[in-house]
Design a protein around this ligand. Sequence first.
Ligand code: G4P
Length: 290
Amino acid sequence: MTEQMNIQWYPGHMTKTRRQIEADLKLVDAVCELLDARIPRASRNPDIAAICGAKPRLVLLNRMDMADPELTRRWRRHFEAQGLAAAATDCKSRRGIAAFQPAVQQLLSERLRRYREKGQTGRALRVMVVGIPNVGKSTFINQVSGRKGAKAENRPGVTRGKQWVSVDRALLLLDTPGILWPKFEDPRAGELLAFTGAVKDDILDAEGLACRLAELLWRRYPGSLRDRYGLDCPPDAAGWTLLEAVGARRGFRVSGGEIDLERAARALLEEYRSGRLGRFTLETPEENGP
Ligand code: G4P
């Protein structure tokens, strides 16, 4: 788990970050908002619309390789229906990366037309990438620009000279991603962020967390748990029953012979987070309001 995942957000941090992003917004033509395709609502900053104001926005559902493809399509349509541009990427395999620049040009087509009319054809479009810690901002910037290795300064509120990463002559990315806080004030979102590992593990109760994840997956993707762990439980089985069954199938026992629930919980969470359990999206556009 990387350090930036565990940023502790305090009101002072948020205010400073917000000001920094608002200042940077003056330098760019558009904002690219990275979300985690597995939890597009929970990984979204609650104040993003207010922070970005009228700046054109492109929503990118990143980690599409780990998300349910059908739900990624539905989420894209959901954001498009709100008047935003939307696309999906997998920064590991580079899927969707080549479509990014055309999507930006499409989003800013009106502006490009004005540039052409004024003869300013050499003018590059400027885009800022924003998102919560660990959503893939640096990897995305590196993939789009072909930049290798260098990780942009990635702590909230750290000021330094602005640098631009050139994608080509027509597109520049701000090399400092805007790091935003997630929607953790909503307990449901907090839980989804904990499932994916976006919030710190050791402050949480792994068994309780794994129970709730098991229930959610059993309800939505029973086939995957059946295939991986050979579970044969009723459709409405409680989380503890499912976790016990996982431990039993894996032979995780403590010395007295009882099932080692802690070990089963860690295994389930780890296998979910690594993607070995399957491709799951844990929230749909329709539930829990907008
Ligand atoms: P950040 O700047 O937003 O904080 O995120 P960063 O780019 O550091 O990415 C965080 C982790 O997410 C990295 O893994 C990165 O490889 C991974 N990642 C980014 N995009 C994708 C994606 O589309 N799919 C998948 N599966 N993973 C993605 P890491 O564990 O920190 O490093 P490593 O595994 O790459 O060595």
